[in-house]
Design a protein around this ligand. Sequence first.
Ligand code: DSN
Length: 415
Amino acid sequence: MNTLKEVDPEIHQLIAQEEIRQRDSIRLIPSENYASRAVLEATGSVLTNKYSEGYPGKRYYEGQEFIDQVERLARNRVKALFGVDYVNVQPYSGSPANQAVYLALCQPGDPVMGMALPFGGHLTHGWNVNFSGILYKSVQYGVNRETERIDFDEIRSLAHEVKPRLIFAGTTAYPRVLEFDRFAEVAREVGAYLVADIAHICGLVVGGVHPSPVPHADVITSTTHKTFRGPRGGMVMCREEHKRAISRAVFPGLQGGPHNHTSAAIAVAAHEAAQPAFQQYAQQIVKNARALAHALQEEGFRLVSGGTDNHLILLDLTPLGVPGRPAAQALNRAAIVTNCNSIPFDPRKPFDPSGVRIGTPAITSRGMKEPEMKRIAAWFGTVVKHMDDEDLIQRTRSEIAEFLKDFPAPGLEHV
Ligand code: DSN
């Protein structure tokens, strides 16, 4: 980044500081990761200079001979990874990908169903302050109070009452397997489209450690920067019958020119995800999450739903008498980065919730395995139980800085 340093030392300095922060912390936010150097290079390439409204072979501007090849490669590689009929890599991120689905399949005012945000859904699955809850008649489902798992009896009875046009199956804070076959059964019964939003679990599906939605869902959306380890971006996959509606919804329905640098980086990430090492990576994410969950239980933490099947753990701090936000802030001071999060039926407010959400994608990218999960759980427990002991927090931070030297983070080559 020598040129940047010379031209804009202020921004250079901030990027360098952020890089050091990413290097020197245990990053447990389950939706974050470390993209590879190759993905970062494609993202920072001259493809950012080109406009390409349209699709490969049918563009509105000239000069697309290389851009068309880039976008075709991205699409074909993702198609091969998932075994789907059609892939669109143009959505700017996950929310625009979901917007495209509504635009393609629904009319404003249509009934739709998705998981409520406080139960682990996403804003775009019909939450009331989001376009999806404002423009559509959204009915939300949650989880069962006892099991803290998705309750298909509830979903079925709601779906029969509401007759939704589409049902979203997707989560951002749910530690269990998403049973796409059972969602599809309900969707079929009521004549709804099933939309699987696999943003969080994309890499796990590719790695074969989470069931694929492909045989069950009409449309699949995802971000590309979470477990998939690509650039910040989005994609929509669908069956042949929805290809035209989805592609028209993305462009010209919602967007102008695609971000070609992002398409290229998605192609690179798909290439990396096709290597055998990626399967091992995905398996290790899940093994690490189980090991971390187990070690945290031994530290006395209550885990929502009692454990995890995927990359994510949701902790209820109520039994410790500690709210989520100050705990997450104390952890951050010790260089353990998490986010506070609502738990199912949370009596506290979303901005000051009872839980903390963590996950293993980023630490697994650094090569950590089960023994490291025990150490992380021990530091985690110490900090949360002694949140006001700043000396202890700073000592923990120093120990963590030493520990991290053995686990270089992919992509961070400037520091
Ligand atoms: N913001 C993402 C997450 O953290 O889960 C969801 O899009």
